[in-house]
Structures are given as C-alpha cells and as structure tokens.
Design a protein around this ligand. Structure first.
Ligand SMILES: [Zn+2]
Length: 464
C-alpha cells in the first residue's frame, strides 16, 4: 500500500444538497457549553488540533474550550452521542458485527487518538470529503475532519457514523467503484463490495443498525433505520438481504409495485390521488393532489412529510397542482407543468415557458453528477435547460440543447437483469433486451401506468 494514499469519506454533493430541502433534522444549536466531566473523558481519549489553510497546527484544544461553538464542538458532540447510546447487548445474531461487539466508542478509540480539524480550504475537504485518514499516519492514529462532517446540515448520528466510517479506513479498508445506483460514476470510489466484509461503509451501516435496534428515542430510531435501508441499497455492489435491481412502478390508479424482471411485488395502494412522484437520495416521494407529500421509508407506513419539500409544492395553486406533470428534487427543486418549468433555488423562483415542447416528464441524469434540468417531450426529444435556473430568463426555447434519448419508445425506463423495462406512450409496461423490440410485461397487462424508476428493493428491507 502506498504511503501517501488517503482514504476519504466522500460526503457526496447530492447528500448534502438534498438535506435541507428534504427537511432533515439538523443538529441542535450549540448554545450551552459541554459538561466538564464529559469533556474531560473525551479529552482523555483524543487529542484535538485545529489546522489552518496551510495544514499548520494553530491550536490545541483543552478543557477551556467547553463553550466552543464550532467544529471542535461538533466532533465532541458526535463522540458524546456515541458514548451516551444505551449499551446494546441483545443484538440478533444475524446483525452482529465487529462494531456491535466492541461498541462504537471502543471501536473509535482503539483506532483513532488524534483528531485534526481541517478548514474547508484543505485540498481534500474542498474535494468533497467529510473526513480522511492517511495510511502514512496509521501508527500515529490520526484522523482529519472536514467542516462539512459537522456542519449545521449534519446530525450527531450522521457525524458519528462518519467518524466510525473513517476510523475503519485506518485498518486498511478501501472502497471500490459502485456498479449500480445513486453513486454510479462518482469521481472517487463510493461503494464496498459487500456489507459482510465490514469495510468502512459496512461499519457506518452497522452503526446505524446498532442505533436503530438499541435506542428508545423514536425520531432517532426512524433516522437510523432510514439510513440503514438507504445505505444497504446504494453502498454495496453485492447487496445483502436479497436486495434486487428492478423498477418501482406507479400505476394510474395509485398502486406502487416493484418489478425485478420476473416477479411483481405490490408495495402499496395509495388512498390519495398522486399528482407526481420522484426519488431523492434513494427515497421515493409521492406528491398528492390534495397538497400532501408521502415518503416511502422502506416500511409499510408511508409517512406524510413536512418541511420545505411540502411548503414549496404548496406554493402551487389548485389549478397548477392539477396540471403537474412531474417533479424533481435534486440540487434544484423543479416542477413541470404543461406549459412551464418552475424551479426553486436559494429562495428564488425561476420559470421557463414552454411553447413548442409538449412535456411528459423530467429526464434525470443516469449517472452521478450535478443534476440536469431536462424535459422529455411527447415526441421523445429531450431538451436540456440551463443548469442554473437564474439563466432561464436569458434563454429561449429554440436555444435549448438536445440530449440523445437512449430509449425514445418509452417515457421512463429502468435497466434490470439484462433488459430494459419502460412505460410506453399508451401507458403499458413494456420490456426489451435490445432497446428496440418491446413487448408487454405480462403481469402488468390490462392496467395503465404513469411512471417507473430504477430502484433496489427486497421485502426483507421492510421487515428490518
Ligand atoms: Zn471511505
């Protein structure tokens, strides 16, 4: 292993950018000071140093810093969060891991003794990392923490999982390129091969599982469980629990099902009429015509969500909601109406009028990267709007770039098990092995469908 190799926790712009729009619980404000006994214990186990932009140490933290409100406080809070979790002993055999055996605090402190707080101008931090370790610093047990790991968009649970993930890298575990899902095509490898090998993503996921199974705090339990489900789906090339590649399919009569290429599983029959649906950070969201929004959180609960996601949707009038063709909540939140695209960004609202295009839905970028705002027309053409909605006003419809449509015969598609499945213009579910000859999928014959997405699922996720 090369000495200058650094293993990093890639936070992923998608993850951070989506957090506030989806109304994630941010950490509580750091108003009060850290209790001195608790801080003493943390400082007994870890030495904290602040680096400047040039990676020169400018401060060593001590008991005098109990009232710090910045990154030091964020990391201490994350460590105390781990320490204060109930000691959870009765973990089911199938979920036992090195993390659950050692407990999160011991896991961390046997691997890391020095925590170096870096600035956002540090080269690795600027590249999107949440934290990193250098193999050359293996013996000195140093972890570098970037501001984003403990930013106000992070929660103690997320920050603690990040510290444990990074601590695992000191054992020599590295990542591999994702062969599917949300992080396909990232600049840095963002997956592990299996959950069972308990590499860094395995440890992070095992920690969420540990919290989920052990805590009595309901909100924390829900947050941890959702993280388990989503990490199992997107971080392991050989997915555990029988998770399969497939399509999530929405019928015109509000039935949501999963198709893996051979078998259909009905997830839910929604009682409200769906105006639009989208998948963000791996979680499907359903926007109802009555203004409510439900999230599929890999349980059979389908909870209604609150916060900016819903508030933005409710800026539409009743007539506009009836006219919604699609919604996407990526780095920008956009709503597609029959004659207009409306995007919301940084408190601003930007409209793009459609005269020629008869829009069907948004066309989402198939690989990881900044989101496109692209509209698929009923003629199969895909028109790409400016990435920055503030440019809408300076752009005319005739100037729009056209993106090549890989499957013009269908209005949405997913790849699975050697074939492509899609929704035909007549609303049938069709599949093809060559992308040219399409045939109806038998179990779906006789019903009409609106949309489908690439999805990874197994019934066992609901039974967690
Ligand atoms: Zn990593």
């Amino acid at each position: 292993m090369s000495n200058n190799h650094s293993a990093r926790l890639l936070i992923g712009a998608a993850l951070v950018a989506g957090a506030s729009l989806l109304g994630n619980p941010a950490r509580a404000a750091r108003r009060s000071c850290i209790e001195s006994q608790a801080l003493d214990k943390v400082l007994t186990n870890f030495m904290f140093v602040q680096n400047d932009d040039e990676q020169t140490p400018i401060k060593r933290y001590s008991a005098k810093d109990a009232c710090d409100t910045r990154d030091f406080r964020g990391v201490v809070d994350a460590i105390l969060f781990m320490k204060n979790l109930p000691a959870f002993k009765s973990i089911p055999e199938k979920f036992k891991t090195v993390l659950s055996e050692q407990g999160p605090t011991r896991f961390l402190k046997t691997r890391i003794e020095n925590i170096v707080l870096e600035t956002e101008n540090n080269q690795v931090c600027a590249g999107g990392a949440g934290a990193y370790v250098n193999q050359s610093e293996h013996d000195t047990k140093i972890m570098h923490v970037c501001p984003v790991l403990v930013s106000d968009r992070s929660t103690p649970l997320m920050a603690a999982a990040g510290l444990l993930h990074e601590a695992r890298h000191i054992d020599g575990f590295e990542h591999v390129d994702c062969d599917h899902g949300e992080f396909l095509g990232t600049a840095y490898p963002a997956c592990d091969t299996t959950f069972e090998e308990q590499g860094s993503y395995g440890i992070g996921t095992a920690f969420h599982l540990y919290v989920y199974l052990g805590t009595k705090n309901e909100a924390l339990r829900d947050e941890a469980r959702a993280n388990v489900a989503i990490e199992l789906v997107r971080r392991f090339n050989k997915a555990p629990l029988g998770i399969k590649q497939g399509a999530l399919i929405q019928s015109n009569d509000n039935k949501i099902s999963f198709y893996d290429g051979t078998k259909v599983s009905l997830l839910v029959e929604l009682r409200l009429d769906v105006a639009a649906s989208t998948v963000k950070r791996g979680f499907p969201y359903f926007f109802f015509k009555n203004g409510q929004v439900a999230k599929y959180d890999f349980t059979s609960d389908w909870p209604m969500v609150e916060g900016p996601l819903v508030d933005t949707y409710n800026k539409l009038s009743e007539d506009e909601i009836a006219d919604v063709r699609d919604i996407t909540v990526g780095s920008v939140y956009c709503i597609l109406l029959s004659k207009r695209v409306t995007c919301y960004e940084k408190g601003g609202m930007f409209g793009f009028r459609l005269y020629q295009v008869n829009p069907v839905n948004f066309y989402l970028r198939p690989e990881w990267g900044p989101d496109w705002i692209a509209v698929r027309g009923s003629d199969g053409k895909i028109s790409r709007l400016p990435d920055d909605p503030s440019e809408f006003a300076n752009t005319s419809e005739a100037d729009l770039e056209t993106i090549e449509n890989p499957y013009p015969a269908v209005s949405s598609f997913a790849k699975l098990a050697g074939k492509v499945v899609g929704v035909s213009p007549k609303g049938n579910i069709v599949e093809s092995t060559d992308g040219t000859n399409w045939s109806q999928v038998k179990p779906y014959t006789g019903f009409k469908f609106k949309k489908l997405y690439p999805f990874y699922w197994s019934k066992k996720l609901e039974d967690l």
